[in-house]
Design a protein around this ligand. Structure first.
Ligand code: N01
Length: 566
């Protein structure tokens, strides 16, 4: 292994001198060039830390670099799904669509990287293969796929919450003779499916967008649906110039509204800042309910997340919205039998809403068939296709839109070794263990962004990532100020945080439904500590308390290697 030589190969002036300082290449290594990774590079530089970002992909963009399936659009409005730390970026960049496609999101990420001159600290096409904490030197030693070794004091893992694709372990999975694709690893040059017999397994956000887009292109499409979801029209269109101009002129208010909208984090409603809904759905009059729901329906996308809080916690309140949305779904499906199969039954919002474009209408096509798996699942993948009971469906191509090992998958898949060589796969074997979704015991000076133990599933990840990175940056400054080298959390703090996460999720309806929110999409995965469902406002209080208390509780701070001090 060669060692990196860098112009920034000593600690910056901001960095506390320590026994290990001479061996450092960078103050901080950042992994992943999505929006959070770019934010981290910028922030670290602002604070005077030397930083290097490594990205496995050949370009910046993160999720939007890797996910390229046909029909993909982000389902949060572009004016909100964007970085808020730079006035220049906010003002100079103009979105072309209300909900942009990955190409535009990656162009945006490139614009950010260029405009803020981040590129000189970013190494693309460079996967971090191993990250190991050196307990004697109190630093991280990382090896990348280019054979380089780098040493840093801190590591920021900006590897994303929906990054590690999964395929169910179907019998005969590898026997299929046709082409297989996973929604999250779609070939970048596209796939010509014209005239082919195609099977799509999975009808979550990815499956629904793929199905709606390829239906008119393929020969015949079979959709394998296990659980129907709540699909709502995205209502995408070119960005109205007036709207874009108005948001730019009032970005501070938009951002504040996003930040302080505890669930969802996104606020746009009919091109205005929507007010958070308070009170109980059970106390609202039928007229009030109708007006509120209709307004959201007209706005489109995922505006239903901004709803009476008890819709998340009370089955009766939940059913009021569920009935409304089921009615809207049935209106879109002509055949009542088909409508029965396509209409969801579980409590609404307990799985992520799906923003669609002409999804239900696809089933009016002669070349599209729905295979209902609710009673009888897929028995096996065969060399020719898929067998369900006595029926074998034959395909030229199979698409797995079967989701992700959310929140923990990316770190479990990496070879990251903390104290005593323990990996995340080992440490998280029985479920995610973090403190505030920011640190894990045994992984000193390593910070996790937008992933396990955080409110990421129910809050705008762009904003959450930024707040977490700001918190991390202030913590790093504080360590230097106090002439400390190292911070780590404890097993006790993880237990406590896991308990708080469990308490918060148990108070909601989320555990009633099998979804990635609660880990039920992966056999044997525990929901404990997986995510914090207590709302962003409460989460923010925990972060603030940790900071104002000087990290005295639930963290161990040290000036010398803990291993050496015993
Ligand atoms: O994955 P999913 P996704 N047999 O887990 C089915 C974000 N996202 O990639 O529901 C048969 O939601 C499974 O069935 P069931 C967004 O946050 C955003 O679609 O478990 N079927 C389900 O239908 C989203 O929530 C955007 O019964 C099986 C599907 O596979 C998250 O990513 C776009 C099966 C998996 O759905 C994940 O979405 C895309 C089996 N054995 C994604 N196993 C936008 O911004 C699984 N399934 C627009």
């Amino acid at each position: 292994m060669s060692s990196v030589t860098s112009s920034a190969n000593t600690r910056s002036s901001n960095t506390q001198a320590s026994q290990a300082s001479s061996a450092l290449d960078y103050d901080v290594v950042i992994v992943g060039a999505g929006f959070a990774g770019l934010t981290a590079v910028h922030r670290m530089r602002e604070l005077g830390f030397s930083a290097r970002l490594y990205e496995a992909g050949k370009d910046v963009g993160g999720t939007w670099y890797w996910n390229r399936y046909p029909g993909l659009k982000v389902d949060i409005e572009s004016v909100e799904y964007s970085l808020s730390f730079s006035y220049v970026i906010e003002q100079e960049w103009t979105w072309s669509e209300r909900y942009p496609a990955p190409d535009e999101l990656c162009r945006y990420a490139n614009f950010v990287a260029d405009r803020l001159d981040l590129r000189r600290d970013i190494q693309l096409d460079s996967r971090i293969d191993v990250a190991e904490f050196d307990e004697r030197a109190n630093l991280w030693v990382l090896q990348n796929s280019q054979g380089e070794t780098v040493r840093s004091r801190f590591v920021i893992m900006a590897t994303g919450m929906l990054n590690q694709p999964i395929k169910p372990s179907f019998k005969g999975l590898d026997s299929f003779q046709g082409q297989q694709y996973h929604s999250a690893r779609w070939p970048r040059d596209g796939v010509d499916l014209s005239g082919q017999r195609v099977g799509v397994i999975g009808t979550g956000s990815s499956g629904v967008q793929i199905i709606s887009t390829i239906a008119s292109e393929v020969g015949h499409l079979h959709v394998f649906q296990r659980t129907p979801g709540y699909c709502l029209p995205l209502r995408n269109h070119p960005m109205p110039e007036e709207y874009s101009t108005r948001v730019k002129a009032n970005y501070a208010q938009w951002r504040a509204a996003e930040r302080y909208n505890s669930f969802g984090g996104w606020v746009a409603l009919n091109y205005e800042i929507g007010e958070p809904v308070t009170g109980s759905a059970l106390d609202a009059t039928p007229e009030e309910l109708q007006a509120l729901f209709d307004e959201r329906w007209k706005s489109g996308g995922l505006s239903f997340y901004n709803i009476y809080p008890d819709v998340y916690t009370d089955l009766e309140a939940n059913e009021i919205l569920a009935v409304y949305l089921r009615g809207k779904i049935r209106e879109r499906i002509k055949d009542p039998k088909l409508a029965d199969i396509l209409t969801p039954k579980y409590p609404v919002l307990t799985k992520r809403l799906i923003a669609d474009t002409n999804y239900y209408e696809v089933y009016e096509r002669d070349n599209v068939s729905l295979v209902d798996l609710s009673e009888h699942g897929i028995d096996e993948i065969t060399p020719k296709g898929v067998r369900v009971g006595d029926t074998e469906y034959e395909f030229d191509a199979l698409v797995f839109a079967t989701g992700f090992d959310a929140l923990i998958g990316s770190l479990k898949a990496m070879d990251v070794r903390g104290r005593k060589g323990i990996t995340f796969a080992e440490h998280w074997e029985d479920g995610a263990r973090t403190h505030m979704g920011l640190m894990s015991a045994g992984f000193p000076n390593l910070f996790i962004i937008n992933a396990a133990g955080s409110p990421a599933p129910l809050f705008a990840p762009v904003i959450l990532g930024q707040e977490q990175i700001e918190w991390v940056g202030r913590l790093m400054l504080k360590l230097n100020e106090r002439e400390l080298d190292c911070i780590e959390t404890t097993s006790k703090a993880e237990d406590h945080w896991g308990g708080l996460c469990e308490e918060a999720v148990s108070a909601t309806l989320f555990p009633l439904t099998e979804s990635w929110y609660v880990g039920k999409n992966v056999p044997g995965k525990s929901r404990t500590g997986l995510a914090y469902f207590g709302g962003m406002d409460n989460y923010r209080k925990f972060m603030t308390e940790a900071e104002v208390s000087g990290y005295e509780k639930d963290f161990v701070l040290s000036a010398a290697p803990l291993a050496a001090t015993g």
